[in-house]
Design a protein around this ligand. Structure first.
Ligand code: ZN
Length: 277
């Protein structure tokens, strides 16, 4: 449950901020749409007699060794994401995006729910990629293209791409295999594919950093939080669980944190923001 005094403090911080706004979202906001993090048992995948953990499969090394399994795993995860619907938090952020011109969204989520909800692509920095897209694994070009509709939206766990699907998952330019357009654990952030510099620049210039449903487990969000704190931004954290952003928010002069669900609290925050701007 949301603690009312927390919420009032948050709404006060939000109303007091006047400059650019950065919203940072993580797995918690997707979980409220029913999408698991895939870091736990729901993300395990058996190859032969061996169970791969998600952090082993989401790598270039695994893609080189067992590409069909990596694709099968991603198509299964994509099917889970496709079956999910944006929730009240996604929709509130879309309203914010449409109403204000200085809002940037930085998301760790690869499910594409922010875009499916209607968020503008040019102001959405999907720093870990989007599971609905693929790109040439041989890097013949920079094209990022949607997974072909002929693949379908459903995919049962354990299924591997057959000849037909492998044909669909080929680069249209050079014929090489494609790969999912997601950042893997043995890869680095970059601007061209994942808008790394843009996300950090937005955080540096923000007057308000609103963090929702992230655990702060990856480096770019943590860095974004540090930059916003250093420049004196208001920092607001919404998360049912304790996390490093709550600690950060409570350590800065214009910070506040609420323990609760994004789908309950973000609509209230957006209402307040739109009332004062
Ligand atoms: Zn190619």
């Amino acid at each position: 449950m949301t603690d009312a005094p927390d919420l009032e403090t948050i709404l006060g911080r939000v109303a007091g901020a006047s400059g650019p706004l950065v919203v940072l979202t993580g797995a918690g906001i997707s979980a409220e749409s029913g999408i698991p993090t895939f870091r736990g048992p729901e993300g395990y995948w058996r190859v032969g007699s061996r169970n791969y953990r998600p952090m082993e499969l989401a790598t270039q090394a695994a893609f080189r060794a067992v590409p069909d399994d990596v694709w099968g795993w991603y198509l299964y995860r994509r099917a889970v994401c496709r079956a999910a619907r944006p929730n009240a938090a996604h929709l509130a952020l879309v309203e914010l995006d449409r109403s204000l011109s200085d809002v940037f969204l930085v998301t760790q989520n690869v499910d594409g729910l922010h875009l499916r909800a209607g968020h503008s692509p040019e102001r959405t920095f999907q720093i870990h990629g989007n599971i609905d897209f693929m790109r040439c694994a041989a890097e013949c070009c920079r094209d990022v293209i949607p997974i072909p509709a002929a693949i379908g939206d459903s995919w049962e766990k354990g299924r591997l791409p057959g000849e037909r699907e492998r044909g669909l998952l080929r680069c249209a330019r050079c014929g090489a295999a494609t790969r999912p357009h997601v950042l893997w654990f043995d890869e680095c952030y970059d601007e061209e594919r994942y808008r790394y510099e843009s996300a950090l620049a937005a955080a540096r210039e923000a007057d308000l950093l609103l963090v929702a449903g992230t655990s702060g487990a990856t480096t770019l969000p943590v860095r974004a939080g540090e930059l916003a704190a250093r420049s004196g931004a208001a920092i607001v954290d919404v998360n049912p669980e304790p996390n490093p952003f709550r600690d950060l928010a409570l350590s800065v002069p214009r910070g506040a944190a609420a323990s609760g669900r994004s789908a309950e609290i973000l609509p209230e925050i957006v209402d307040r923001l739109l009332a004062v701007r």
